[in-house]
Design a protein around this ligand. Structure first.
Ligand code: ADE
Length: 246
């Protein structure tokens, strides 16, 4: 197989429809047995070799490891062992109505990934804290597949403060979530092209409490992620020139 793609998800619920559709198989040998990550292997029709990695469950709290620390470590393990041609971080996000988001939209992130909760008001460290990590974002693919284009802002809270909102606005965040910039940072260090797909579960500037809207829409958003991630993989497999190994 000429192309290798790593898919990194935080929650199992977000990835399960895709794992099942592709028939990916759990591979307990890829990772470090001390770490909670779960790795699945397979292919897209024998044409793209796939690794799908989940952040796994916390053994004490019995919930998925969401947020930047597990995502960072999972990305490092997955990308350094599998050495893919592309890393895709797919998952859910809160969207801003003021930037045209609606529940169920799937965004391809087309501008550098940034953080909104790394606030360090010391010259030099301020820009470092926000960060700016590149994305692979073929515009023609987004148009062909009906993906919306926009920015993502990453932080470790489902909710936000007024200062978060100001920074998300400066970051041009159409969506906010909890992993993309962390994985993009690892991908940039390891020189792996990085693509982010985010499906909107809740409207941040809407009238419903985020956690209720998130839980209500998680399954539907995860099916949208399956659909659009498959579309992206098929698009790339038909155009191998878009990804070439260094
Ligand atoms: N994931 C889904 N919705 C989110 C939100 N509103 N904030 C952070 N991460 C999310």
């Amino acid at each position: 197989m000429s192309q290798k793609v790593a898919l990194i998800f935080a929650m199992e619920a977000e990835a399960r429809p895709l794992i099942d559709e592709l028939g990916l198989e759990y591979d307990p040998t890829l990772g470090d047995p001390r770490l909670p990550f779960k790795h699945f292997r397979g292919s897209l029709d024998g044409r793209i070799e796939l690794l799908l990695s989940l952040s796994g469950k916390d053994s004490r709290y019995q919930v998925d490891h969401i947020g930047t620390e597990p995502a960072t470590l999972n990305a490092y393990v997955s990308l350094s062992k599998f050495q893919p041609d592309l890393c895709i971080n797919a998952g859910t996000a809160g969207g801003f109505r003021s930037r045209g988001c609606a529940i169920g939209d799937v965004f391809m992130i087309d501008r550098p990934c940034k953080f909104h909760d790394h606030r360090i008001p010391i010259p030099g460290f301020d820009a470092y804290g926000i960060g700016s990590y590149p994305v692979f974002a073929p515009q023609e693919m987004a148009t062909a597949l009906g993906l919306k284009l926009g920015g993502v802002s990453t932080g470790n809270s489902l909710d936000y403060t007024d200062v978060c909102l100001e920074i998300i606005e400066k970051n041009e965040g159409h969506v906010k979530e909890m992993e993309a910039a962390a994985i993009a940072w690892v991908a940039s260090l390891l020189k792996v092209p990085f693509l982010a797909l985010k499906s909107v579960t809740d409207i941040v500037d809407g009238e419903h409490p985020t956690h209720e809207e998130f839980l209500r829409n998680l399954d539907a958003a995860s099916r949208r992620i399956r659909e659009k991630t498959l579309d992206v993989l098929r698009y790339l497999s038909a155009r191998p020139h878009l990804l070439h190994r260094s």
